[in-house]
Design a protein around this ligand. Structure first.
Ligand code: NAD
Ligand code: TDX
Length: 337
């Protein structure tokens, strides 16, 4: 029998890419449970919403009764958990929703897996749980967890819960930890889409601090293919790092975007640093490469070009997500628009 997978947070940036990709390539059914927060957008799933192997349920992973009833009703046999509050700057403004969804929501899913004896839960996590690196070295799966932001602390909490359930109850679960994603449909609060949209409108590009913080960029399609590889072939109880082998400073990312758009570097506006700003992330992906034969396929130059083109070609999507609530957030974070 084909898998019925409960994908949580599937209306967001990465979850929607995963659903679009998997429904095209695999014989599985997907039930998408999403709370449709500011980051959840049904437009991301327009292309597959009528697919008979796809069902959408509006609700929260914190709702244990709902999660259980969905699993029973649709004969779900596994869960892939993308649902999260995902933006560091928002977690600095208010950490509560982060703990509620990321930690407590994950706990509900783990308890459901135990109660209904589901086959597997894959928990989608982040490199940020490892904290920050100096100039050299990379995060491996045994790097100690040392989160620095409320966001990363909430993701670390969820990872620790998964680990505790595996060890205490033998829960069939595993964790992926990925570096910074970019690509189409990313909400424009994150660095790359924010900079593309501001540059297109000749607005200042707000770069925190000296702009020399380093992130390891991966195309969202590569991340989704890696998640599927781990879902199919990963070992229960294990953690798998995923990364793009592409370390760049923020200012280099921003300059690349400006170059592609033929806009001047003078649009860059260095502003006050993010509190607790992690200096550098870099992922060691030897484990997933050797054990599961996965490597990222995208090259950043090509990926960023395609991504910029997508934002240019989809003005309606961009305008629809920049609602009044978005403008309020922008004003609070960056000052007058
Ligand atoms: P996103 O903010 O774009 O989407 C999150 C989705 O979760 C939204 O659709 C939202 O409506 C939904 N959601 C929020 N709270 C919910 C709840 N209580 N119940 C059900 N749904 C809820 O985030 P993203 O960038 O797509 O990230 C997805 C996952 O990948 C997150 O767990 C994040 O921590 C992780 N991750 C992200 C990145 C990245 O660079 N974006 C990198 C590594 C890991
Ligand atoms: O306006 C900005 N100016 C700026 O300089 C923004 C939004 C960001 N930055 C910097 C901060 C970071 O060094 O750019 C870098 C990337 O920032 P974000 O896009 O906010 O990502 P980051 O904080 O690195 O976290 C991301 O990667 C790991 C995702 O948001 C997380 O969900 C994921 O877990």
């Amino acid at each position: 029998m084909n898998d019925v997978i409960l994908v949580t947070g599937g209306a967001g940036f990465i979850g929607s890419c995963f659903i679009r990709h998997i429904l095209k390539t695999e014989e599985v059914s997907i039930v998408n449970l999403d709370a449709l927060t500011y980051a959840g957008n049904p437009e991301n799933l327009k292309s597959i919403e009528k697919n008979p192997k796809y069902t959408f349920v509006h609700g929260s992973i914190q709702d244990a009764k709902l999660v259980k009833s969905i699993c029973e009703k649709y004969n779900v046999n596994s869960i892939i958990n993308f649902a999260a509050e995902s933006h560091v700057d928002r977690s600095i403004m208010n950490a509560h929703p982060f703990i509620e969804t990321n930690a407590l929501g994950t706990l509900v899913l783990l308890e459901t897996v135990n109660e209904l004896k589901l086959k597997l839960m894959l928990h989608v996590s982040t490199d940020e749980v490892y904290g920050t690196l100096g100039k050299s070295g990379k995060f491996t799966e045994i790097t100690p967890i040392a989160p620095n932001s409320p966001y990363s602390a909430s993701k670390a909490s969820s990872d620790l819960l998964v680990n505790a359930f595996v060890n205490t109850f033998g829960t069939p679960a595993l964790i992926t930890r990925c570096s910074n994603n970019y690509g189409p449909y990313q909400f424009p609060e994150k660095l790359i889409p924010l900079m593309i949209l501001n540059a297109l409108e000749d607005k200042p590009l707000p770069v925190y601090g000296d702009g020399l913080n380093v992130r390891d960029w991966i195309h969202v399609q590569d991340h989704c293919e890696a998640i599927w590889t781990v879902y199919k072939n990963g070992e229960q109880g294990q953690v798998y790092n995923i990364g793009g082998n592409c370390e760049l400073t923020n200012v280099d990312v921003v300059k690349t975007i400006l170059d592609h758009l033929n806009k001047p570097d003078s649009l860059i506006n260095f502003i006050k640093d993010r509190p607790g700003h992690d200096r550098r992330y870099a992922m060691d992906i030897e484990k997933i490469s050797y054990e599961l034969d996965w490597e990222p396929r995208y090259n950043f130059e090509l990926g960023i070009e395609e991504t910029i083109k997508w934002y240019i070609d989809n003005p309606n999507w961009c305008n629809n997500v920049r609602t009044g609530a978005y403008r309020d957030y922008y004003k609070k974070q960056y000052g007058e628009i």
